[in-house]
Design a protein around this ligand. Structure first.
Ligand code: PAF
Length: 280
């Protein structure tokens, strides 16, 4: 595996691979890679001849009060995960490599970015869509891999790819969890030991909703109440949102009679965690 830092180096490798008729899978990340990322890389390695992982903490998707300055970084650890997963090229650019100082072009997806996390993080998805579009243009992958933990991000990217005619297959990959159910996330490192134990409440609350669904409950408000009730039992938690939405257009639903996304965002201490599941 090679680690490269410039767009020029990425393009040289891609050009060579395309000449040989090889397929390319892209796994966009912000680094501090964990088992969740590794599962995306492994899937990409299975389905493509070459895998490119981008490792870039994208400044323009963070709000002014968010964790950009403290976002964890460890290139050596990332390189080890990439090698283990079957990566060919790791792209680790500086912000100055990715953005012109006087850039004036951004990619904005409208309605489905205005709900859930997008409603609470203004500008976040504009930053995500802009950097992902740039990565698509730099790497020109056949397929790109995203985790289902960021369910709204996945839906937004799919919409962007459809609307802008990117000739790229978007592959969503299942959430990878810790033994107690907590969804793996680079942000879990912010949790104290006490908060880490408390954080299990996210997956527990979703499990309760799943059981209610399995027992025939189809009223969204009742399911939301079940989830909220469980989360509120944990004193270190504070609900940001609990919502049930159409899994494609992310519009709220009141009766569950089609595929829905059940999504939550919860502060545990100061750390905002998300989790979800899709009910089909
Ligand atoms: O999911 C992430 O890590 C980021 O939002 C992404 C897709 C790499 C864009 O910066």
């Amino acid at each position: 595996m090679k680690t490269v830092y410039t767009i020029k180096e990425v393009r040289e490798n891609i050009k060579e691979w395309k000449k040989q008729g090889l397929t390319i899978g892209l796994v966009p990340t912000m680094g501090y890679l964990h088992e969740g990322h590794k599962s995306l890389i492994e899937r990409a390695a299975k389905e493509n001849d070459r895998v490119v992982v981008s490792d870039f903490v994208n400044p323009i998707q963070f709000g002014p009060k968010e964790d950009l300055a403290v976002y964890p970084k460890d290139l050596k650890r990332d390189e080890a995960v990439c090698v283990a997963g079957g990566t060919s090229l790791l792209f680790n650019p500086e912000p100055s490599e990715m953005y012109f100082k006087d850039a004036e072009t951004y990619v904005n997806v409208d309605k489905i970015t205005e709900v859930l996390c997008g409603a609470r993080r203004p500008g976040h998805f504009r930053g995500v869509c802009t950097v992902v579009s740039k990565l698509f243009n730099i790497v020109k992958p056949d397929r790109a891999y995203f985790g289902e933990k960021d369910a709204q991000q996945l839906a937004v990217i799919k919409r962007m790819v459809r609307d802008l005619n990117f000739d790229i297959e978007i592959v969503g990959c299942p959430i990878v969890r810790e033994a107690d159910g907590l969804a793996k996330s680079s942000r879990n490192t912010y949790l104290t030991d006490e908060e880490r134990s408390a954080a299990v409440v996210l997956s527990l609350s979703l499990k309760k909703a799943r059981v209610a669904l399995e027992n025939g409950e189809r009223n969204a408000d009742k399911l939301i109440e079940i989830i909220k009730c469980e989360i509120e039992k944990e004193p270190l938690s504070k609900i940001d949102y609990v919502e049930i939405v159409d899994s494609e257009n992310l519009k709220k639903v009141s009766v569950i009679n089609k595929s829905v996304l059940i999504a939550i965002a919860v502060y545990v201490g100061k750390t905002r965690l998300i989790d979800n599941f899709t009910w089909r």
